[in-house]
Design a protein around this ligand. Structure first.
Ligand SMILES: Nc1ncnc2c1ncn2[C@@H]1O[C@H](COP(=O)(O)OP(=O)(O)OP(=O)(O)O)[C@@H](O)[C@H]1O
Ligand SMILES: [Mg+2]
Length: 361
């Protein structure tokens, strides 16, 4: 497919990297802090990969809030689907496990024409499965095969999607460190951390780093004690959950002017937000401190880029269920800027995936 926006020569090379790779890279956007722009980033990253880099992308809404689904599908479709008694959703993947029937083989995908991706839509019923996943996690940690099977339910989904030749399999999850998110994270190759620049985000980096390390350790112990080692080898995901980069975001308007009294009366000076700058300066070190052991490769450039406050463009894009890349009409003056930003993010991600040898792995 022809790119929506013009690609330069090195972008065309990156497009070639995707085309010639074995594909099937699974990525999750995650931060333990809510409202940092995970869903917006996930959807628009996916659209840039699909519409400009011609990648075959599957997005999976594993957040029971279903924000991703609402974003990438037209409102009428969303209303029709969720008015049904029992729509096919991500819940269809989990349900057979509850009744002890093993994994669901069919992927319940739909198309988002505007974003150019396939989607497995979210489901509020997923929240009811936290209990099952939590119980079975305890079992998995002590080597129980049932628990391991449940824990790897999303790994099986990823495996299926790889067989369907998706280049990227991208999960959006909610902000908790609960059982669903654990199961998703332990199934993917890599995670990206979208974050705000504030002190709470630094706390959440600490939470994520520590929690993921603990999960991985517990799972390794569980797998080593497994009742049926051959089945475990088949079940264990290819993904080893590595950190592939972070994206800083600036959702509050930081620009503006302050009045300062000078010798010649008051003058307007560009506003400086001291706390913001101080926290921002600390972030690279904090990332390294908490994620170093999880780096996909020592050669990655962890900061994938910075997303500016895109104000009206975001609302317009949500309203139209259309990516930032293509949405038009009133309020879309910053679309060119958004295109630049997302192009930069995708370039940086592909380079990191190359550095981590995840292409063709
Ligand atoms: N670049 C941006 N500029 C301005 N507003 C943005 C930007 N990105 C996201 N937002 C707004 O911030 C809000 C939160 O974004 P989003 O839903 O993507 O966050 P989230 O991290 O997925 O939230 P949750 O933790 O609830 O899943 C949304 O209302 C969205 O419109
Ligand atoms: Mg979200």
């Amino acid at each position: 497919m022809k790119p929506i926006t013009k690609l330069n020569r090195s972008d065309m090379d990156l497009r070639g990297v995707i085309e010639n790779s074995a594909g099937g890279i699974s990525i999750c956007f995650f931060n333990n802090k809510g409202g940092v722009g995970k869903t917006t980033l996930c959807a628009n990253f996916a659209a840039e990969l699909a519409l400009n880099f011609d990648a075959k992308v599957l997005v999976i809404d594993a957040d029971p809030q279903c924000n991703l689904t609402q974003y990438v599908l037209p409102e009428e479709d969303v209303n029709d689907i969720y008015s049904q008694q029992d729509p096919e959703t991500i819940f269809s993947i989990i349900r057979p496990l509850r009744s002890g029937k093993g994994y669901e083989i069919e992927l319940p995908t739909r198309k988002s024409e505007k974003f150019g991706v396939d989607i497995i839509i979210g489901d509020p019923r997923l929240a009811l499965e936290e209990d099952l996943l939590a119980q079975d996690w305890r079992d998995a940690r002590s080597g129980g095969i049932r628990g391991i099977r449940t824990t790897f339910v999303f790994a099986e989904l990823v495996k299926n999607a790889r067989e369907k030749n998706y280049d990227f399999i991208v999960f959006d999850i909610g902000p908790s460190l609960g059982a669903i998110n654990r199961s998703v994270l332990l199934s993917v190759d890599a995670f990206i951390v979208p974050m705000n620049i504030d002190v709470f985000s630094v706390w959440s980096l600490r939470n994520i780093g520590q929690t993921i390390a603990t999960w991985k350790k517990s799972l390794d112990i569980g797998l080593s004690m497994a009742e049926e080692p051959t089945e475990v080898t088949e079940l264990a995901p290819r993904g080893k959950l590595r950190f592939i980069g972070y994206v800083t975001q600036q959702h509050k308007e930081r620009t503006g002017y302050d009045k300062i009294d000078g010798e010649d009366g008051p003058t307007k000076v560009k506003r400086k937000v001291k706390a913001y700058e101080a926290v921002g300066a600390k972030i690279p070190k904090e990332i390294e401190h908490y994620f170093k052991d999880l780096y996909a490769s020592p050669d990655i450039t962890p900061h994938l880029g910075d997303v500016k406050h895109l104000g009206g463009l975001i609302q317009r894009s949500q309203l139209a269920s259309e990516p930032l890349l293509t949405v038009s009409g009133p309020g879309t003056a910053s679309r060119g800027q958004a295109r630049e930003i997302y192009r930069g993010l995708v370039r940086a991600l592909i380079k990191n995936l190359q550095a981590a040898k995840l292409f063709g792995a």
